[in-house]
Design a protein around this ligand. Structure first.
Ligand code: NAD
Length: 282
């Protein structure tokens, strides 16, 4: 009866991750016997290329699931038995369920951001949104925006080929929306016409201080969502709140992906508001 659910996070430099304590505290509230381990490739001296061996180890030890982070979210794809259609489109997996010895890939980054937007912003269906950053996090947020019915999505990345490729692939998947790539130098032309802006570059983290775009160019009614959550109050979130914009900090996405992971792993409904409170204490 006292079945213990064991989960691990695999990635590089994850020893200070908020994900393990978020899972364990919520699982405790849910009355589960739940253990969340941190498998840091750097301290284990394992190569990211050996992700397949780590999956096997997890299965052999009876783990229920693995969360996967940088630099393994793409590498893990080759070792899966099954993949959700959304994770297949994103080409990225952050959750592997282990069921009857089989590995099933999911992506809760995009569903986590979608839940965060639904919780924290007014309806965005039919609106125009610009997004800065089309890397791992940006692929997930863009997918969520289009799934939520955004009608015009403008993607900006300093790597313009990356923004173009992202726009092409999303346009093919969401034909009724209009998805285009734009250059940051043209921000004065398009930023004022957006109902919302998503920031998905590393700008605003301690190692990358600053703001990726000029907040004063925004329409006064536009909302601003950041994916950066360390610090939680990024310069962007500070400037946008000071200017009266509705804001969504990156902690909401971080909580959302963890909540959706817990639901998929255990089949039990977590409480995201309670997880947000825990998150703010970490
Ligand atoms: P990444 O390297 O995969 O992608 C970042 C992209 O931003 C790159 O394509 C890069 O060219 C582009 N870029 C960098 N500076 C730019 C600028 N000034 N203007 C336009 N584009 C720019 O990184 P990632 O994994 O997507 O992570 C980005 C941030 O998102 C990190 O701070 C990470 O911690 C955060 N993140 C948050 C969550 C969450 O749950 N809240 C989840 C994943 C990642």
């Amino acid at each position: 009866a006292d079945h213990i659910i064991t989960v691990a996070l695999i990635g590089e430099g994850i020893s200070a991750s908020f994900t393990p304590p978020m899972h364990e505290r919520e699982a405790e509230h849910l009355g589960l016997h739940y253990r969340y381990e941190t498998w840091d490739l750097l301290t284990m001296q394992e190569s990211a290329d050996d992700i397949g061996l780590l999956l096997d180890r997890a299965r052999d030890r009876g783990l229920a699931a693995l969360n996967i982070t940088h630099p393994c979210k793409q590498r893990v794809l080759a070792h899966l038995d099954e993949l959700s259609p959304e994770a297949a489109h994103l080409g990225a997996v952050n959750l592997v369920l282990i069921r009857d010895g089989r590995f099933i890939g999911h992506n809760t980054d995009w569903t986590g951001f979608r839940a965060a937007v639904l919780d924290g912003l007014p309806s965005i269906a039919g609106s125009s949104v610009a997004q800065f950053g089309t890397g791992g996090a940006g692929a997930a947020t863009a997918y969520a925006l289009l799934d939520l019915g955004v009608s015009t999505l403008t993607l900006v990345d300093v790597d313009s080929a990356r923004a173009l490729a992202a726009a092409d692939s999303l346009q093919a998947n969401f034909p009724s929306a209009r998805v285009t790539a734009a250059s940051a130098v043209d921000a004065p032309l398009f930023l004022g016409q957006q109902q919302g802006v998503v920031h998905a570059t590393p700008t605003g983290m301690a190692e990358h201080p600053g703001v990726a775009f000029d907040v004063s160019l925004l329409n006064p009614d536009a909302w601003v969502a950041d994916v950066v959550y360390r610090p939680l109050r990024t310069q962007l979130i500070e400037q946008a709140s000071a200017a009266g914009h509705a804001v969504l900090d990156g902690g909401r996405m971080a909580v959302g992906q963890a909540a959706d992971s817990i639901r998929l792993i255990t089949g039990i409904e977590p409480k995201p508001e309670r997880m947000r409170k825990h998150f703010l204490e970490l």
